[in-house]
Ligand binder design. Structure first.
Ligand SMILES: [Zn+2]
Ligand SMILES: [Zn+2]
Length: 239
């Protein structure tokens, strides 16, 4: 088990990419968030091992996953998808900041090692359609996946899982329509017999996107698929 800093990353790798101010508090910082803001906004805290929502005690599976366990083996996330963390994702997607996505990927890698989750045979991003890729210029999930893979010293592959059907963005649809919208959107003609894969995306909300991508990889023979997302949408508060 390598020794890793569980909360923040070494400054040196990011100082050349970052203007020197924390995105959340404006303090001087050599990386996108200063150490205090990482501890406050992306804290190491108990989360459901299957979907990443915050839970009261370590190792507790959330109520939703107890009733509807996901296809994947487990999930790691850094924090909740809500203010102010959501602004970082908007900056990545619409401000075209791949380095920020890479920072999330490296932090995911450090947490993956810290949590001692199984090392995958390959790391794959949830792919964008060709049309979306042309609009954005890059796939944030790939920027995260390749930095995560580098941290884990595992290969990453952006070419075997493909998005073959372009539909409305999941974020524009009500939760109930997301599963239908994404069905059949991905294809993979590579066999993954017996392999453990790690699927990476920026945010998990309903989980429908990851579920569909996971379904395709398991159909191609993968023994297990794990999931890593930068952020996780918290469940609606109980009425
Ligand atoms: Zn800060
Ligand atoms: Zn859960």
């Amino acid at each position: 088990m390598p020794t890793v800093e569980p909360v923040i990353l070494p400054a040196s790798r990011w100082s050349a990419l970052w203007p020197g101010r924390c995105a959340h508090c404006d303090a001087r910082s050599s990386q996108p968030l200063c150490a205090d803001c990482v501890q406050r906004d992306l804290p190491l805290r108990p989360r459901c091992p299957l979907c990443g929502v915050a839970v009261a005690a370590a190792g507790t599976v959330c109520g939703h996953c107890r009733v509807h366990p996901p296809r994947w083996s487990g999930a790691l996330t850094l924090g909740d998808y809500r203010f102010p963390n959501d602004r970082l994702i908007l900056r990545i997607k619409f401000g075209a900041e791949p380095a920020l996505a890479g920072w999330f990927g490296a932090l995911l890698g450090a947490r993956w090692l810290h949590t001692a989750l199984p090392l995958p045979d390959c790391v794959l991003p949830v792919p964008l359609s060709r049309q979306r890729l042309l609009e954005r210029g890059f796939n944030p999930a790939w920027e995260m996946a390749r930095r995560l893979a580098r941290t884990l010293q595992r290969p990453a592959d952006a070419n075997s899982l493909l998005r073959v059907r372009h539909g409305p963005a999941q974020s524009l649809l009500p939760l109930t329509a997301r599963q239908r919208n994404i069905r059949g959107a991905y294809a993979c003609d590579v066999r993954w017999d017996g392999k453990t894969l790690l699927l990476v995306d920026d945010v998990m909300t309903s989980g429908a996107t990851l579920d569909e991508a996971c379904r395709v990889l398991l159909r191609q023979g993968a023994a297990a698929v794990w999931v890593a997302t930068a952020l996780r949408t918290p469940p609606d508060p109980a009425p």
